[in-house]
Design a protein around this ligand. Sequence first.
Ligand code: ADP
Ligand code: MG
Length: 302
Amino acid sequence: MLTVKNLSFSYQKTPVLKGISFKVKQGEYLAVIGESGSGKSTLLNLLFGEYDLDKGEIFWKDNQILGPKYNLVVGYDFMKYVHQEFNLMPFITVEENIGKHLSNFFKKEKKERTAELLEVVELTAFAKTKVKTLSGGQKQRVALARALAKQTEIILLDEPFSHIDNFKKQSLRRSVFKYLKDNNITCIVATHDKEDVLGFADNMIVLHDTKIAVNNTPENLFKNPKTPLIASFFGEFNVINNDIIYAHQLQVVEKSELKVIVTKSYFKGHYYLIEGDLDGETVFFEHEHKLKANHSVYLKKK
Ligand code: ADP
Ligand code: MG
């Protein structure tokens, strides 16, 4: 179990995080979300022991995570961290980077382990390629594999798929999160992409204004987003009569109280996102067909 108790931290004078407490069970995945600058990377840095806390405590099982004031070398054997910038060695190959921290005494094991991880991150064909020639997304995958190379109990990932193209993203996510679950590795992922969360995370915390705004399952937060900030993480939404209503929850009906004048239709694949005007306020709803601008329609919550 990872236990964070009443953590507060500031780089200079302004507090970045205040009174943060949460727990993560072994083998669980906690997503940390929040707007840019809300302190996601800072929280991961603190969990890794990169800075000393102003207040509070962090424990992994019985081990207290301490900052540089107490440790000559930052980091612990049971924890790995993949930073937003991935610090690889550019002039050696992909497989050498992945195996960098594996012992040469066990040549066969090292080879097998590297091969297994190359498969997890779908880079088998690039094993012998020098890292400097790779794209940003490929480098990010090497960094992931390198962090997984040695046995770890807990892994911290900062926007782990941000540089990876859409062609690869979905299958890579499934493969990485499956690997972590199968190996009972606790993971904390900072992200602003809902696709990293839905279907994978056990719990998510939302950082806002130095605090944890909510800590719940993605399903509960999606179904009952208490604030516009939470709703905006999941998709287009409206606030109508103080009620948060997602665009997909509105449908066009014959007649209703909500008369909307269409302003724009956006093609979204299997639906159109329609932008409209409701008494001077912008509303979004989803519709099967494109709608003409200036056309009026009536909406109802499904
Ligand atoms: P996020 O990862 O959610 O985008 P960060 O944790 O990077 O947010 O940043 C949180 C706040 O701390 C921001 O206001 C940022 O400018 C500030 N900050 C981040 N790193 C440093 C640093 N090394 N020194 C001073 N301020 C920092
Ligand atoms: Mg960040």
